[in-house]
Design a protein around this ligand. Structure first.
Ligand code: ZN
Length: 382
């Protein structure tokens, strides 16, 4: 059965000077309207104890320059603020004010071709065609476009496109995945996928550039100069942002390829349901990147399994996948298997285990057990 999904395509934009000014205005206006509507809501609540129902349109008289930007961008701010309030009512944090230069972006919608693409441009409401580097195939109806500027000064548009996907062929293969300590993942078939070496190289580069940035901050401070006036500091700040963006892009690319291959080659994929696991070697930075990689990776597996007709099973985070012998089920105590022990012999059945491969086999078995329970349960009801 084919499926209709919304797929996001991130496209690099090359706006000319005038277009850059338009984008800067749009980021500014959407940020302004968010902050203004939010502060008015807060004031109104403090006075009347009810929520103010305000709209961007009612501010256009007082702040005429709001008319210069895409009105749909402002309408989307209202919706996002609505969503932030709904989240707050459900227990999340209170909506925050937006700061300049942090996640500069705005979203517009396609209304009968107001957003469109050619071979080398993206057309946007109120501004027209922007030079762009488009991937080979974007097919289907464009629903919306989110324009953003990175801290290093690059422009992107994320196009949300209605796309038809066909399920992938069944392979009758099943796999368990464990988040490795030294490798990125370890699979129940005995294979290991290392963290890509270019990532660790870039991480070292990032650490180096950050050190230089800290030095420049100290120099500016010693000379009693504002950071915004220190050219050397600002130049270095952009350098750091660039390395950081490269890491993010390379990492995403790696995770996309890896998750797609797993979904393509296996029908059932079992993983542990965790965001953060114990310890990762190296420094804090490596750990943060590894942790966030794991959560991005599981998110990708989740929606790709859904798209392509495969099954992803998540195992309870307290399931003792490392400490159980996958051969005979013998359970070790925590003291018997400290983190630094990479391989062990089962005291019960004498089988020799690689710590991570053993864990991934247990994850697969537990995953298959859960799938069977669900299937039998469903059949029993019918
Ligand atoms: Zn055993």
């Amino acid at each position: 059965m084919t499926k209709q999904i919304l797929k996001a395509h991130k496209v690099r934009l090359y706006p000319n000077e005038g277009q850059q000014i338009f984008f800067a205005k749009s980021f500014g206006c959407t940020r302004f309207i968010w902050n203004k509507m939010l502060s008015d809501k807060i004031d109104h609540y403090n006075e009347h104890k009810t929520e103010l129902k305000n709209t961007p349109a009612q501010y256009k008289k007082e702040f005429e320059w709001l008319k210069e930007v895409d009105s749909l961008a402002l309408a989307n701010v209202q919706q996002n603020l609505r969503a932030a309030y709904n989240k707050f009512f459900k227990g999340s944090g209170f909506p925050r004010f937006k700061k300049k230069g942090i996640k500069d972006s705005y979203t517009t919608n396609n209304q009968k071709g107001t957003v469109a693409i050619t071979d080398s441009t993206v057309k946007l409401p109120k501004i027209g065609h922007i030079k762009a580097r488009l991937p080979s195939k974007i097919n289907g109806l464009i629903k919306s476009a989110t324009i953003s500027r990175t801290p290093s000064g690059k422009y992107y548009v994320s196009l949300l496109v209605e796309t038809i996907v066909e399920p992938l062929l069944k392979t009758h293969s099943r796999i368990g995945i464990d988040l490795g300590l030294t490798d990125f993942i370890v699979l129940s078939d005995g294979s290991k996928v290392a963290n890509p070496t270019f990532l660790s190289k870039l991480q070292h580069k990032l650490a180096r550039e950050q050190k230089i940035l800290a030095k420049r901050r100290a120099v500016a401070k010693a000379n009693q100069r504002k950071l915004s006036d220190s050219r050397n500091y600002q130049k270095q700040k952009i350098k750091v942002a660039k390395v950081y963006e490269r890491i993010t892009n390379c990492r995403k690319d790696f995770l996309h390829k890896l998750s797609f291959n797993l979904i393509k080659n296996h029908d059932v994929i079992a993983i542990e349901d965790l965001n953060v696991k114990g310890m990762v070697k190296n420094k804090k930075l490596a750990k943060a990147i590894s942790d966030s990689s794991w959560s991005t990776f599981t998110t990708m597996l989740n929606y790709k399994a859904e798209w392509y007709g495969k099954k992803l099973v998540k195992i309870d985070r307290w399931y003792p996948s490392s400490k159980t012998c996958s051969g005979c089920g013998h359970l070790l105590t925590k003291a018997e298997l400290p983190l630094q022990v990479r391989s062990w012999n089962c005291p019960s059945c004498q089988q020799k285990h690689d710590r991570d491969i053993n864990a991934s086999i247990n994850i697969l078995n537990e995953g298959l057990r859960l799938v069977t329970i669900k299937t039998v349960g469903a059949t029993g009801l019918a």
